[in-house]
Design a protein around this ligand. Sequence first.
Ligand code: C2O
Ligand code: CU
Ligand code: CU
Length: 555
Amino acid sequence: MMMFGFITKAQYNNMAIPDTLSGTTFNLNIKDTFSQIVASGNQTITAGINAKFWGPTLFINKGDTVRMNVKNGLNDSTTLHWHGMHLPAVMDGGPHQVIPPGTLWQPYWKVQNDAATYWYHPHLHEMTMEQITKGIGGLIIVRDEVESALPLPRTYGVDDIPLVLTDRDFSASNQFGLVPYGDSMLTNGTLRAQYNVPAQVVRFRVLNGAIERSYNLGFSDNRTFYIITSDGGLLDAPVAVTSYILHAGERVEILVNCSADSGKSIDLKAYNSKLIQNVAGGDLFPNGPFANFLARKDFNILHINVVAQTAKPITTIPTVLRTITRLLAANANTTRYLTITDTIIVGVQGVAFVINHKLFDINYDNYDVPLNNTEIWEIKSTSNFGHPFHIHDVEFNVLSVNGTAPAAAQAGWKDVVFIPARQTVRFIAKFDDFADPLHPFMYHCHISLHEDEGMMGQFIVTSATSGLSALSKDQGSFTLYPNPSNDKVYFNFADPNAKVYYITILNLMGKAIRMLPQPEWQNGIDVSSLANGVYFMQVTDEKTKTVITKKFVKE
Ligand code: C2O
Ligand code: CU
Ligand code: CU
């Protein structure tokens, strides 16, 4: 185990800034690769998306329909989950939307989320920790009219700076260890990161992308900084703090006023010596697989050099941001009671952290949530450890943490909430849109190790009209034309009201080449990029979910 904190402490590396992609069509190639993360010696075996570690930051606009071309270039199956996005379950990229190696997965959705910082990452059952450790993931920045109208810094990489926080363990040959806590801090994949920021108000978009660790953010001169977002959008007003604990999966955007600091350096640090023992990173773990050099220590996240102001700088912190319309407990239709416990499970070593006394079962539907329900989820933990709880599909409002109202910075829209050891948290969410009897949404602990070990459950959003209905004879029968085709393939359905739920294009070996959830089949399916040859078009009917396969020829 090499401990980089000891060695060249005074030497900094210029922090990488992830590339950007914008528009409405995004090509994401997930691949195995290598990266020179450690300055000397071997490259590290990594994985990335269009990059050697991590992936591009996607800029998307609320109201746009965005289309993703996700190519799995790994040797393994994977998934890509759009964390925080409100979208159909079949597009969500959870453990049920597996992309086989070599396959192109083409989800798309209309962006309904408010402006904030979201992210995407793999979510393959029992493989999430390993695939995130290798470096697969990326940020999503949603823009909307409300945020755009505010006097906030928004020049990416200049005064609006992404900070993806994680830590890794390196072997003597510079390879990642598959462990929940690393010995070395990585900020945007950079060890001992430094960055130049202009002498004005600077915005940092901070993601806790760690496997397990929480980071207690603060500046070396104990200066005040301002929290402007929670996971799912702007707060009502900036919240002034001198420290803030960010748990795995959470995002926060902060403003720091560096107007008077030209020529100075300050450090953004993790004051993790202040974490209590049952918060991830606060425990010493003197030996064993959890032992790590950063445990219960203060360490640098970013060495900041303040340089000259830019043209048109933002120099003041706004006093108001927007008015949040929160969900009201009085309007809830249902309260669900969940537990988090430390449980002895036969066949599992030590205690397992579990939700509702059982390990995740990918074939078990834990809850049916009626479409348009407003629900309170009350999560009562008797665990001796704190767990960041995440739910897919929705953003929620925290109602209470151990009986008291949430802190101001937690009082907006969130999709991860920290459940402190032996406490109860209540949140409220509305489950509008996206009923689907086949594809569930997940909820889980966002510590990837716990999630992989089974600290997860799932729910189906149901509606009266979305149930599986009886098979009728001619439903789903269709012909393809033109066949052969070199460009687009169209459908001729026997049933004029037919709808398509899913299309998978298979090659002659039966291998999935392309997966198109809820495709816009009326416009024809573009097959121009396929190599000439014989293929199968496997079509799942929207209503009956029956699958019919037809042969076609690309020429
Ligand atoms: Cu960020 Cu279910 O995950
Ligand atoms: Cu998620
Ligand atoms: Cu956990």
